[in-house]
Design a protein around this ligand. Structure first.
Ligand SMILES: [Zn+2]
Length: 386
């Protein structure tokens, strides 16, 4: 049976459509029109979100896990649990993000992940649409919780091994610009279709600029695990805030970045280049306690995930990040939606995500003005309500 989704507004990447009507057949979008212009199919079930804005489900390019699981487990159980939980929070697709681990462990995780990405056809929630390699090419000085003994200097040979283990599904890699070989690796990875994001780095502005010249297009969790913004040595933060072409991730949980700095980031990166990420780990959606992040043990209490006192990912969801952004900046829903849809899709070069069109799976969110998730639809089926 066909379904019809109606609402007060549809956000699209080219503007707002009032009184939208989306017809869904099985789990796919059949048509998108205004109610005026479209014909209501007979006997269709109507999902009425009047008063809300509907938009494509979100894309999270930096997430390690949730619901008690880490993507590096690489099992279908883990990925399906993560998929289901993310779907309930409005996320329609994600990059399975690794952390630094011994190379053989990472290779095994990547080949298991790649196998599951090929095998799983029915994602119960968000679809994994590739891999984000966070490590091992990170700086010792700004490694955060990434284990020091497993960090590596940039190496095309190691990168190729990781890329092959992941069956070519790597879409994004975080890299520290100041490491020897970082520029050559950036050129090589970019050529293989992998986007390079600067992070976990003590780089100076000049070092960051060299990596941009080699092809880097983004900054990983801006402000976190990088040199502090300083007026004489602005580092990656200063470069990413002042270069309008660069994308910039942000963890908007109110813990990783002070709301004042969130405002500064928003004014400078805005609707065109800002990207909201969660950096979420296994404890997300779970009670306080001890959880794994890759191979590390992390303590979670009162919304903070730490290992030896250092922040170790977050317990944030993207629907919460959106509400926080509205609260911290006063920006409107329509101007913030690109940060969770179009911008991350453009940054990783997966252009088929981040917007709605006929033929695609009907992964749709309905949102209130304050960013509250009214409903999350996976393949046209509501899986959560606010
Ligand atoms: Zn991370």
């Amino acid at each position: 049976m066909q379904k019809v989704i109606v609402a007060s507004w549809l956000w699209t990447e080219t503007g707002m459509l009032p009184e939208p009507m989306i017809v869904v057949d099985e789990d796919r979008i059949l048509s998108i029109t205004s109610r005026q212009d479209g014909e209501m199919p007979r006997d269709a079930a109507i999902l009425d979100y009047s008063g809300s804005m509907i938009a494509p489900a979100f894309l999270d390019v930096h997430i390690h896990g949730c619901a008690g699981h880490d993507v590096m487990e690489g099992s279908s159980d883990a990925l399906l649990a993560i998929s289901r939980f993310l779907g309930q929070h409005g996320t329609g697709s994600f990059l399975a993000t690794t952390v630094t681990a011994p190379l053989d462990v990472t290779m095994k995780s990547l080949s298991n992940l790649a196998r599951q990405l090929r095998l799983i056809h029915e994602w119960p929630g968000a679809m994994a649409c590739g891999v984000h390699l966070e490590g091992p090419f990170l700086s010792h000085a700004k490694r955060g919780v990434h284990p020091v003994e497993d960090l590596r200097e940039p190496s095309i040979e190691i990168f190729d091994q990781l890329f092959e283990a992941a069956d070519g599904m790597v879409r994004l890699m975080t890299l520290a610009p100041e490491l020897p070989g970082a520029e050559a690796l950036t050129r090589h990875a970019t050529q293989r279709g992998v986007r390079v994001s600067m992070g976990h780095s003590n780089a100076t502005a000049a070092e960051a600029e060299r990596l941009i010249h080699a092809g880097a297009t983004s900054a990983t969790h801006t402000f976190n695990a990088m040199r502090s913004l300083d007026h004489r040595e602005p580092g990656i933060a200063g470069v990413v805030l002042s270069e309008s072409a660069l994308f910039a991730e942000l963890i908007c949980d109110g813990i990783h970045v002070d709301p004042r700095m969130v405002q500064l980031w928003w004014r400078l990166k805005g609707s065109q280049r800002g990207i909201l990420v969660t950096d979420a780990m296994a404890a997300t959606g779970m009670p306080d306690g001890e959880y794994r992040l890759g191979g590390m043990l992390v303590q979670v209490a009162n919304g903070r995930a730490t290992a030896n006192g250092v922040l170790a990912g977050s317990v944030l969801t993207l629907d919460q990040a959106l509400k926080n952004m509205i609260a911290f900046t006063g920006a409107g829903l329509a101007e913030l939606l690109p940060l969770l849809t179009r911008n991350p899709a453009q940054m990783i070069g997966v252009e088929e995500r981040g917007y709605l069109s006929p033929g695609k799976r009907a992964d749709i969110v309905a949102l209130a003005d304050d960013g509250r998730l009214i409903a999350s639809l996976v393949g046209g089926v509501p899986v959560a309500r606010g």
